[in-house]
Design a binder for this molecule. Structure first.
Ligand SMILES: Nc1ncnc2c1ncn2[C@@H]1O[C@H](COP(=O)(O)OP(=O)(O)OP(=O)(O)O)[C@@H](O)[C@H]1O
Length: 258
């Protein structure tokens, strides 16, 4: 079943076309890795889906035009982790995570026991319960990233868009995050996550959308998208492409000198 439909999306930034005729549909239960080299257009695509970047084309959620949704309606459908990991105020970690629930409410409507349970579960998933009373702006980069991801998980939306969520996380928390996202997808959510780590993308994503210079150049299961030819053409690298203990693995080996 299609949850998100993106049709003929185009975007201009600074007078340059940075997204060109992008079309795809995303269904329930998909964990989609958005991959591509620096500047390919991944962030702009995620921001355009949210209406945060000016774009032309049609974006629909469950058949409803995204542009027509009100702010709280959108917040109930889509949670977004931006690439920037700044926390502007010295609020506690728990307060930061609770903003994911606040986004769903009208002003002056308080959080209830259901909200508190979602906040607790998200903090447990991201392993930050021990930081709950600490100011979020006094955490390490990776700890703060986990708190911001917990905020997204607490929002408990059918669609999650996350821009480089594993950046800055240590290996255990990278795996923990990808396992959490995979579990959320198995639960029926639709997740689009931009990733630079092709190994994690190959290992965890059910589908990869490979972008290059504002266009989608491949879309499918990791095994069909990540070929030597594409890694060479798009990333300019050679890689080991392996199957080990039932896992599809990509290990970048060398830059191709052009
Ligand atoms: N505000 C802006 N004004 C002009 N050009 C921009 C602006 N923001 C982004 N761009 C350009 O748009 C292109 C796509 O950028 P985008 O951030 O979407 O790429 P990305 O795939 O997310 O890259 P990265 O992997 O480095 O995060 C890049 O060439 C970038 O320089």
């Amino acid at each position: 079943m299609t949850v998100l439909s993106v049709q003929n999306l185009g975007a201009m930034l600074g007078g340059r076309a940075v997204l060109n005729d992008i079309s795809f549909e995303a269904g329930r239960g998909e964990l989609i890795g958005l991959i591509g080299p620096n500047g390919a257009g991944k962030t702009t695509l995620l921001r355009s889906i949210l209406g945060l970047a000016p774009a032309k084309g049609k974006i629909a959620f469950d058949g409803r035009d995204m542009a027509a949704l009100r702010r709280t309606e959108k917040a109930a459908l889509i949670a977004y982790l931006p690439q920037e990991r700044d926390v502007a105020w010295p609020i506690t970690v728990e307060m930061l995570v609770s903003l994911g629930r606040r986004a769903l409410k009208a002003a002056f409507v308080g959080l209830n026991a259901h909200d508190a349970a979602k906040i607790q579960a998200a903090m447990e998933q991201m392993d930050i319960v021990g930081f709950r009373d600490r100011p979020a702006d006094a955490l390490s980069g990776g700890e703060r990233a986990r708190a911001l991801i917990a905020r997204v998980l607490a929002q408990d939306t059918p669609l999650i868009l996350a821009d480089e969520p594993v950046a800055g996380l240590d290996p255990a928390h990278q795996l923990g995050l990808m396992e959490s996202l995979a579990a959320e997808a198995r639960d029926g959510r639709t997740i689009i996550v931009s990733l630079h780590d092709l190994g994690l993308a190959a290992q965890y994503c059910t589908r990869l959308i490979l972008m290059d210079r504002g266009q989608v150049v491949a879309d499918g299961v990791p095994e069909t998208v990540l070929t030597q030819q594409r890694l060479s053409d798009v990333y300019g690298i050679e890689a080991h492409i392996l199957r080990l203990e039932g896992q599809f693995l990509i290990l970048p080996k060398a830059r191709i000198q052009r």
